[in-house]
Design a protein around this ligand. Structure first.
Ligand code: FPP
Length: 276
């Protein structure tokens, strides 16, 4: 893998503004090939509860500290030029958690997104939400709408928050809408294909993730982007979400760049295609 200060835009920029980066960060950034960055990274931010319990604290303490990781990773993705970042912030199943935790999380999500609008604008980040908005309390919907509207003009990183989201909800919803479109004569049932279904998913404007990271040592997908992850590279780390930082993100990207993605083809076919 060929990479140096000259082909790493962020390192060059950091040098120009004399930003002091720790040596391990520079070394990791130097290993990243800017021409092979994943366009879309999706993350299951897991382990807030366990991180808090290990410190003898309440679960919300972990979520609160998880926000610092969100900030750090969003900034990290924007800096190195990732185009799409999807964060699994609240699943459909999370509604079944104890009410104080649900209320605390809703307030934290709404307040954080509203408070971070200046940071999002500073980094040219456009916010999107996927999920069942009808389930959210009105104060959260208002805060989210404000953040979406105020970042709508941005053209850099697309930050997609999966909120009250689950794949099974999304797929059932899509099938219902397709059924209605068939009934109304808008779609011919015999012509339904993958593209039809994709057009009815909440992710229709985004490419599929190329890299999916799950923190905190669980090896599950947990109802997250089940259709969209068909050919995604999966990366699991023991690091708890509140401890996850840019360095950990860079390690995941380096790991991704060292994999051979075959999409059902043979290794030889891929090598021949790359040689053209
Ligand atoms: C999973 O850890 C984490 C969540 C369900 C919530 C994630 C939310 C945050 C990181 C705060 C997000 C803020 C913004 C602005 C996106 P867990 O509670 O399942 O942890 P455990 O598996 O250790 O119990």
């Amino acid at each position: 893998m060929i990479n140096n200060f000259t082909n790493n835009a962020f390192l060059t920029f950091a040098r120009i503004i004399k930003l002091r980066l720790p040596d391990n960060m520079v070394s990791l950034l130097n290993q990243i090939d800017n021409n092979k960055l994943p366009k879309h990274i999706a993350i299951i931010m897991d382990g807030n509860g366990r991180w808090a319990a290990e410190k003898g604290e309440e679960r919300l303490f972990g979520h609160f500290h998880g926000v610092e990781s969100v900030r750090n990773i969003v900034e990290g993705c924007a800096e190195i030029g990732i185009s799409y970042l999807t964060l699994y912030a609240f699943s459909t199943e999370n509604w079944d958690r104890p009410q104080p935790e649900v209320n605390g999380l809703m307030t934290l999500l709404a307040e954080t997104l509203r408070k971070e609008i200046p940071l999002l604008n500073k980094h040219n980040i456009k916010l999107h939400i996927i999920g069942d908005m009808e389930m959210l309390p009105q104060f959260a919907v208002d805060a989210l709408q404000e953040s979406i509207d105020m970042t709508n003009h941005n053209t850099g990183l697309n930050l997609i928050m999966a909120l009250s989201y689950s794949s099974r909800w999304e797929l059932v919803n899509a099938v219902k809408k397709i059924g209605l479109a068939v009934e109304a004569g808008v779609i011919n049932a015999a012509e339904i294909n993958q593209e039809t279904l994709e057009n009815y998913l909440t992710t229709k404007s985004f490419p599929d993730p190329e890299l999916m990271i799950r923190t905190s040592g669980e090896f599950r997908i947990s109802n997250f982007l089940l259709y969209q992850l068909a050919y995604t590279e999966l990366y699991f780390t023991d690091t708890r979400w509140p401890d996850f930082r840019k360095e950990n993100l860079y390690e995941a990207i380096i790991d991704f760049q060292n994999r051979e993605r075959r999409f059902g083809k043979t290794g030889l076919q891929i090598q021949q295609e790359e040689a053209i």
